[in-house]
Design a protein around this ligand. Sequence first.
Ligand code: ZN
Length: 241
Amino acid sequence: MKTALISDVHANLEALEAVLQAVDQRGADRILCLGDVVGYGGSPNECLNLIRKRCQLVLLGNHDSAASGGPEISRFNPNAKAAALWTSKVLTSQNRDYLRALTLSQRREPYLFVHASPAAPRDWEYIFDRFDAEPQFQFFTERACFIGHTHQPAIFERTVTGCESLPPTTLRFDPLYRYIVNVGSVGQPRDHDPRACFVLLEEPAASIDFVRVPYDIEAAQEKIRLQNLPPVLAARLASGE
Ligand code: ZN
């Protein structure tokens, strides 16, 4: 059983299409999306239509909530706020209702899936490093928790002595340890690698693989500019920051 884990598409249709093609090439049996389908990018409805068609599970992200009437928008920086306001204006009513109905987390033994953090999914905390990750392990009992939100692929391994950060590459879960895995971002990577990112989870081997996918960045940037969204939202796609 191969599961593709995607997150933080952020209305980037070119990145999403390239990732779905890579997912199909690798023969994934199902696709789970950990939230933030919209926000920042220029193709929110197109991405939602595709996500709704292709994913077996879709979770709520903070930008999904903000764009569909949630309170998160008041905490956004000016660029994120501008994008959220534009997104809420152009969303079809069907897609708005769809976002409003999404859940924050989902347990599928032996894993937990959530956009931001297992401790308080609705608070949208960021888990950047092993110090952020360590206290999170007491808030779930599953073998591993898969997250998104920071746009930085990461693996945090909880051993008997503490929490370590491992490089986000191929890994087979050690049955003695527990994990928090950040699957990275499809549509706006922030780890200085502009290629789209997703994770393939293989069972019963319990192994994960991070996949990077090149896509047409210029086409995605052009759509952001065409909608008069903040120029930095287009520029950052090329640098992966
Ligand atoms: Zn995001």
